[in-house]
Design a protein around this ligand. Structure first.
Ligand SMILES: [Zn+2]
Length: 222
């Protein structure tokens, strides 16, 4: 069980110290963004907040975001991450420009492949809010190793997010500190560029099959 934080009207943050999810309550439906690890017990926490039917949308398909899926049975997720989802879950695609409205929020989907090929950010331009999944973080580490990730695409996607930076005041990542400012989009991008150019020294990770690269603001596992 994690902490439940009423972040703003109709908007809840579920937090278990490792990964966080977001729940927006409307009148007839609630919108859940991500479902945590299997042992984050997100479905139980959601039921402490609302009895409404829950629509699940995912920022991406990594296992720390999909762990509670079997209790919901279906979700919306960009097709390029469908291969990461266990069998038995009904899947619906999320594409660029799709809008999910709930409880006074209007979340627009932006395709930001890189951290995973199907990564999606959700932006509410009126509320100046960005839910970037794992793609924007303060400090990190941002996971960039493995064959379902691409540093080149990540660089392109951070440049795309940079283009809406002026329309964002508050960024709510799924890991580490929150809320953070939109300047972290640029900071993550600058560090990722340095990583791409080979300017960061790597140190072998003691457990994971990757190296740790520390940029000025961001650590990458690559
Ligand atoms: Zn994650």
């Amino acid at each position: 069980m994690g902490d439940i934080i009423n972040f703003s009207e109709n908007f809840y943050i579920l937090e278990d110290g490792r990964v966080r999810q977001f729940l927006i309550c409307g009148e007839k439906e609630a919108l859940l963004i991500d479902t945590g690890f299997p042992d984050s017990h997100v479905p139980e926490d959601v039921r402490k907040i609302t009895d409404l039917p829950v629509k699940v949308i995912l920022t991406h398909g990594d296992m720390d975001h999909t762990g509670g899926l079997k209790d919901f049975g279906e979700c919306w997720l960009n097709q390029r991450d469908w291969h990461l989802i266990p069998e038995g879950i009904k899947l619906h695609d999320i594409r660029e420009g799709d809008v999910f409205s709930c409880g006074g929020y209007r979340l627009e989907a932006l395709e930001i492949p890189g951290h995973t090929f199907g990564s999606i950010a959700f932006a509410d331009r009126e509320k100046k809010l960005l839910l970037p999944g794992d793609s924007v973080q303060k400090g990190g580490p941002i996971f960039m190793f493995g064959d379902h990730r691409s540093l080149d695409l990540y660089l392109e996607s951070q440049e795309k997010l940079l283009g809406i930076m002026e329309q964002v005041e508050s960024v709510l990542p799924c890991h580490h500190e929150y809320p953070i400012g939109p300047e972290y989009i640029e900071r993550n991008l600058l560090d990722a560029r340095a990583l791409k150019k080979g300017e960061l020294a790597g140190e072998k990770h003691p457990v994971l099959p990757c190296c740790s690269y520390k940029g000025k603001w961001t650590e990458f596992y690559y």
